[in-house]
Design a protein around this ligand. Structure first.
Ligand code: HEM
Length: 594
């Protein structure tokens, strides 16, 4: 760090350094020279599968546990100059988030490939391959790579760091709401080993909300609320001059290793002014804290990008640092809940008299109405800062859409090893042909074995009889999807004139192509949108009816009542026995709908 060129800013707030310590460390490792390699080149694996064919809950949990173990093995220290867990967690999460941002027109998305040469992806090779604070995701991936695609693995790794950093937050805030990403996770993403099309697709922070609209709303198919919900991940980690050219934390260091709503609290309960030509680069402009609580050291610097601040603040259009010479701040009355969630701190002090000066110093021009922010996602930002549960709900929905875009053949965990229980009714088990079931279905489980050993006939005799008479066996099966996350398969087996019926319960809701479950089971779609109500025997039939309807955006199904949604489903409400499914028509290779 001694070699770093330093220059004192005229306002004396912080020392501008050519390289941050973390960036210097990465350069020393030669990490930047790896920038042209794709993630699959950086993370080699002999026999790697490009698509996961089968994944159980236990497989998912094993990856989560390994990634969490790695993260939590890092030193727990967290200061402005050294916060290893924030660095590693944020790098892994950035890989997944910046990966899905290149989705457009059916191409890209969470495919383990992104434009690694984009400066906003700078430094990613460290946590992926060369080791950030000595730990590389590669070592964990190699334990799973023969069965799990890198594309699925990187999403699960990101969910693992979200889980771990959420747990850290809950540990110090026991009443904070939990987050469950596992219940809606689906596997089957195909790894892209190259993605030249991705060059230039990442949103350029300089373009502010135009970039957010192009990428999140138009390309990824999210609402502004969902776009704002995703951006909350910037609570984790920081920007590094030697990577992206930007510099600073979105939150304070400690919050930067906790998955919480502090990003929204920071946006509202602190004052922000333009910070032009970061690191002397006129192409890099951001917003820095202007309130009395700002940290004036280089390492403690806090910032927001145009793409962050524009969500809430607008002055003749969403703000951009080079175009809006103003202070982004709000009166304490306008953001009482955010202030409460900031431990009562408002612009680094207490709410009260002289709030403008406390938040903005000498900057006299407000970015819009100080009592009524009007950025395109201002309502969502206010709500998320006030209510963490509301944020997590929108985040879960947005995360699911963003990580599934571009992948048509996704399946719920456990859907390939479907059988969890097989029951044989007591009358059937009292016949000597109970073991016939073992030879005619592929669904033998422990519970079958138990049933057999409690039959009146000796199991050994029956087994011999079965193998001798297998040619006399006939089997018929019917499958009935039900409005829960299970499917019931009834199998009738007839051997030498004796009939045995067995019932197999399989996990996983039957989702037709293009449908995704919104917010888990026992939820109904909610909103003001237009709906048509039709009858459907089951959830599958309800989905078929939606698929057959022009402009159908999803269904809400419960007990033969099938609501077809012509408008976008915005949210869900708890309702036992209900399912809310979002539908996006996918186009096949020939441009045909499917
Ligand atoms: C408009 C959209 C976005 C823009 C312009 C953007 C831009 C950036 C930039 C410039 C950095 C700093 C990189 C560095 O200097 O090391 C960064 C870091 C980060 N980004 Fe984004 N990002 C966006 C969306 C997202 C999304 C959707 C996610 C995840 C869901 C995400 C996750 C992260 C994380 C966790 C970091 C911190 C990385 C670290 O500390 O290593 N970003 N982003």
């Amino acid at each position: 760090a001694e070699d770093c060129v330093q220059k004192v800013r005229t306002d004396g707030q912080w020392l501008l350094q050519q390289h941050s310590r973390r960036g210097q460390f990465q350069s020393d490792l030669g990490v930047n020279s790896l920038a042209n390699l794709t993630p699959s080149e950086l993370m080699p694996c002999p026999g790697a599968t490009l698509v996961t064919s089968c994944m159980s809950l236990a497989d998912y949990d094993a990856i989560v546990s390994a990634v969490r173990g790695a993260l939590e093995s890092l030193p727990a220290i967290c200061t402005a100059s050294n916060c290893p867990q924030a660095d590693w967690a944020a790098c892994v999460l950035r890989m997944a988030g910046h990966d899905f941002m290149d989705f457009a027109a059916g191409q890209g998305g969470s495919d383990a490939c992104t434009d690694m040469a984009d400066p906003d992806n700078g430094g990613l090779p460290a946590c992926l391959a060369t080791g950030e604070h000595g730990i590389a995701l590669l070592d964990i991936y190699q334990q799973f790579c023969v069965d799990v695609s890198l594309a699925d693995f990187l999403v699960i790794a990101a969910e693992a760091v979200i889980l771990s950093t959420r747990a850290r937050h809950i540990a110090s805030n026991p009443t904070a709401p939990p987050l469950n990403l596992r219940s809606s996770f689906r596997f089957g993403r195909v790894t892209a080993t190259s993605c030249d099309f991705a060059a230039g697709r990442l949103p350029n922070p300089e373009r502010g909300c135009q970039a957010v609209e192009d990428t999140f709303v138009n390309a990824l198919g999210l609402s502004w609320t969902e776009a704002a919900a995703l951006m909350g991940v910037h609570t984790l980690g920081r920007a590094d001059v030697s990577n992206s050219g930007y510099h600073g934390w979105w939150s304070d260091p400690e919050n930067s290793r906790q998955f919480n709503n502090n990003y929204y609290v920071s946006l509202l309960a602190k004052g922000w002014i333009p910070e032009l030509a970061v690191g002397g680069n006129s192409g890099k402009n951001q917003w820095e804290r202007s309130d009395i609580g700002r940290d004036t050291t280089f390492d403690g610097h806090e910032m927001m990008l145009n793409t962050d601040l524009c969500l809430a603040y607008s002055e003749n259009g969403p703000v951009i640092a080079t175009e809006h010479d103003c202070c982004a701040w709000l009166t304490s009355d306008t953001i009482a809940d955010a202030v409460a969630n900031n431990g009562g701190e408002y612009c680094g002090g207490n709410p009260g008299r002289g709030e403008r000066g406390q938040c903005c110093g000498n900057q006299n021009n407000d970015c819009g109405n100080r009592n009524n922010p009007s950025g395109p996602a201002a309502d969502a930002i206010l709500r998320f800062a006030a209510d963490e549960a509301a944020w997590l709900e929108s985040f879960t929905r947005a995360w699911l859409i963003a990580t599934e875009n571009g992948h048509a053949e996704l399946r719920p965990l456990g859907s390939c090893t479907t059988v969890e229980t097989t029951e044989i009714s007591s009358t059937e088990t009292s016949t000597t042909t109970a073991t016939t079931t073992t030879s005619t279905t592929t669904t033998t489980t422990t519970s079958v074995t138990t049933a057999v050993t409690t039959t009146t006939a000796p199991a050994t005799t029956a087994t011999t009889a079965t193998s001798a008479t297998s040619s006399f066996v006939s089997t018929t099966s019917t499958t009935t999807p039900v409005a829960t996350t299970s499917t019931t398969t009834e199998t009738t087996t007839t051997t030498l004139g004796t009939t045995v019926t067995s019932t197999t319960t399989t996990t996983g809701l039957q989702l037709l192509r293009g449908f995704t479950l919104v917010d888990g089971i026992d939820r109904a779609c909610e909103g003001d949108g237009d709906t048509a109500v039709v009858a459907a025997a089951n959830a599958a039939e309800c989905q078929e009816k939606c698929r057959d309807m022009d402009g159908c955006r999803g269904v809400s199904f419960a007990a033969a009542r099938c609501e077809l949604w012509a408008d976008r489903i915005q949210e869900t409400v708890p309702q036992a026995g209900s399912l809310c499914l979002r539908f996006r028509r996918r186009r096949g290779k020939g441009g045909r709908d499917s």
